[in-house]
Design a protein around this ligand. Structure first.
Ligand code: SF4
Length: 360
């Protein structure tokens, strides 16, 4: 089998003003929980996701009234909208006509050739891509019969089958996901997919679980893939507020140096030398830097014993000392501040650094 196609070398596919694939950026996505036809609730949810840093949002479209709500939702949001449809080509046409920036539908499940053609032609006309969503839990019967149970090979075979239907209709704006709730299976399927074709890959471990367990499971699986250069866009699926999905994705991308405009926090694990209420301070600072769009490294340390030297690479930080904090920059103490205003002073310094970055 051939080499893994690095995310930079995948085919670039436009989704609204964004391009998925063909570069090193990994686009963050989430999906709304509200009923899509409830426009007020859906728009409110999307605006919250936008504020959290979500770059593309997906809505489910189980009924025609959901597809009919797309134009109104589109008018009121600012990020590309993906419409998720199963089987029904009329709904797909409605969503495309309504301004969807991408649709998620498996062409092999649409039915008769004319129906597939109608959807593909509408997508072509509007210049929007189609995401093929292969899911280990819903592989075609013939593939399951062949392999006996869901396998990575079977998932790739399914992807190639759907891809061929689109390619035969001269359609190449394709994005593919290979989701499974089993981490090993998902990783293997994505690895094999990255060798089998160069369409951009949408990463995800499906039904990964609650905020805590799902974060660990998804990060474990997607971490392996990101490290190998696989993945152009992702969604971390959690049984939680979708805003949490974005926070986890951001953190994951930061860990791999793939979020260029985000601040990161280094905080000590605490020990018996601790001089300040580090855990609450670290949480407060973490919350604060969520909205900083500059690559600033902030450090929060419980004491000054190893102090600033332990976080030399931090741009700015504080270390607790008795009743006060040492504010330091690049490993050098710049001033002492009373404990009560320590966090406020740190925030001011973060703002100054962010401003300096924005002016560059
Ligand atoms: Fe312990 Fe101080 Fe290190 Fe934190 S910075 S782990 S409190 S020695």
């Amino acid at each position: 089998m051939s080499e893994i196609t690095h995310r930079k070398n995948t085919r670039p596919v436009k989704v609204g003003p964004l391009t998925i694939g063909g570069h090193d950026e990994v686009i963050m996505q989430s999906m709304t929980m509200s009923k899509t036809h409830d426009v007020e609730a859906t728009v409110a949810e999307i605006l919250r996701l936008e504020e959290a840093g979500c770059q593309i949002v997906r809505v489910a479209c189980p009924n025609m009234e959901d597809a009919e709500a797309i134009p109104e939702i589109k008018k009121r949001i600012n990020i590309p909208l993906v419409v998720d449809i199963h089987f029904d080509y009329k709904m797909a046409l409605k969503a495309i006509e309504g301004g969807a920036d991408k649709i998620r539908i498996n062409p092999g499940n649409i039915g008769r050739k004319e129906k597939v053609e109608a959807v593909v032609n509408a997508a072509k006309e509007k210049g929007i891509p189609i995401r093929i969503g292969v899911n280990a839990g819903s592989l075609e019967k013939r593939i399951l019969d062949k392999y006996g149970y869901p396998t990575a090979e079977g998932m790739v075979e399914s992807a190639l089958h759907h891809i061929k239907i689109l390619e035969d209709l001269d359609f190449y704006d394709i994005i593919v996901s290979m989701k499974a709730s089993d981490v090993h299976l998902a990783v293997e399927a994505y690895e094999q997919a990255a060798k089998a074709f160069d369409y951009p890959l949408h990463l995800g471990i499906t039904e990964s679980g609650t905020l805590f367990a799902g974060t660990v499971k998804s990060s474990a699986g997607l971490g392996v893939l990101l490290q190998k250069g696989i993945g152009n866009t992702m969604r971390i699926s959690l049984s939680a507020d979708p805003v949490e999905e974005i926070k986890v994705q951001k953190e994951l991308l930061k860990s791999f140096g793939l979020a260029t405009n985000a601040a990161t926090l280094v905080s000590c694990p605490t020990c018996g030398r601790i001089e300040i209420d580090l855990i609450s301070i670290a949480n407060e600072v973490e919350e604060y830097i969520q909205n900083i769009k500059a690559p600033i490294k902030v450090s929060v340390l419980g004491c000054a014993v190893n102090g600033p030297g332990e976080a030399k690479e931090a741009d700015i930080g504080i270390a607790g000392a008795r009743g006060e904090g040492l504010l330091f920059r690049k490993g050098k103490t710049i001033r002492k501040v009373p404990e009560e205003i320590m966090v406020e002073e740190l925030k001011k310094e973060i703002d100054i650094l962010a401003e300096e970055h924005y002016k560059k």
